[in-house]
Design a protein. Structure first.
Length: 259
């Protein structure tokens, strides 16, 4: 059976443009933004307003925090490039995704000693969000099986990444010039691929496996972490390191785990 099409007159103003706010105008405005995603998508931009609806690119919210409040489990937030200074953000909804354009920076200037971004929901995903604030933890991941890609942390965070959520996945992530530790890992089944830490010559540890079992590190690198590039603690057992490197300025590795 064929489809029935309804043909309507397109409203044009005196200058030959589509009438603002008309259905045709809205359709044209959104025609380039039809992502294949099953949840709702919220838009954030530095020229947005938290009073907006946030569900169209031309009606964005101002803050990521407002988008998290508006979202539900399984939704996504897309962030336009720019710097967003927000207070201890927490992705607590399961399946929430946070997508940043290249050049998206997240800071937390108003909460000294805190954390820039916490991911406590399960199955969350973050892409292209740089988290940086001197003296603070960059990103804390406590949710189960979360995935973060192409996300740098630092410079100057106390700890770049604090991972306590089992089966966390990091891909192409960085920890730049932490003051204590690049990656602090205390969870089972964590997997890091193509991740890097430059300690900038401080008394730091690049990758510190504090506890947990059966983690994997693939093509990860450390330089200039004078305490140790890689440190596996007592009872942090059955970890696998493939094609990883410890470069100039690193202290000797510390391997106290079993197998």
């Amino acid at each position: 059976m064929g489809q029935l099409y309804q043909i309507e007159e397109v409203p044009i103003d005196a200058t030959g443009d589509l009438v603002a706010g008309s259905l045709a105008d809205q359709t044209v405005g959104l025609s380039g933004h039809t992502p294949q995603f099953s949840g709702d998508i919220f838009y954030v931009a530095t020229d947005g307003d938290d009073g907006n609806g946030g569900q169209r690119p031309d009606d964005p919210l101002l803050t990521i925090g407002a988008a998290i409040i508006a979202a539900a489990a399984g939704d996504a937030i897309t962030v336009k490039a720019g710097t967003y200074d927000e207070d201890s953000l927490n992705m607590s909804l399961d399946g929430l995704e946070l997508w940043g354009e290249l050049g998206t920076v997240l800071t937390n200037a108003g909460n000294g000693g805190g954390t820039v971004l916490t991911i406590s929901g399960n199955y969350c995903r973050v892409v292209n969000i740089r988290a940086t604030q001197a003296g603070q933890i960059g990103i804390v991941i406590s949710g189960y099986r979360c995935k973060v890609e192409d996300t740098p942390v630092g410079p100057g965070n106390s700890v770049g990444w604090s991972i306590t959520g089992s089966s966390t996945r990091l891909v192409r992530c960085d920890a730049g010039s932490p003051t204590t530790t690049g990656y602090s890992i205390a969870a089972n089944g964590v997997k890091l691929t193509d991740c890097y830490c430059n300690g900038a010559g401080g008394a730091t540890t690049g990758f510190h496996v504090v506890s947990g079992l059966r983690g994997r590190f693939i093509n990860c690198g450390s330089t200039d972490n004078t305490t140790a590039g890689f440190h596996v603690a007592v009872d942090a057992n059955y970890h696998d390191f493939k094609d990883c490197s410890s470069g100039g300025g690193d202290g000797d590795r510390i391997d106290l785990g079993y197998r």
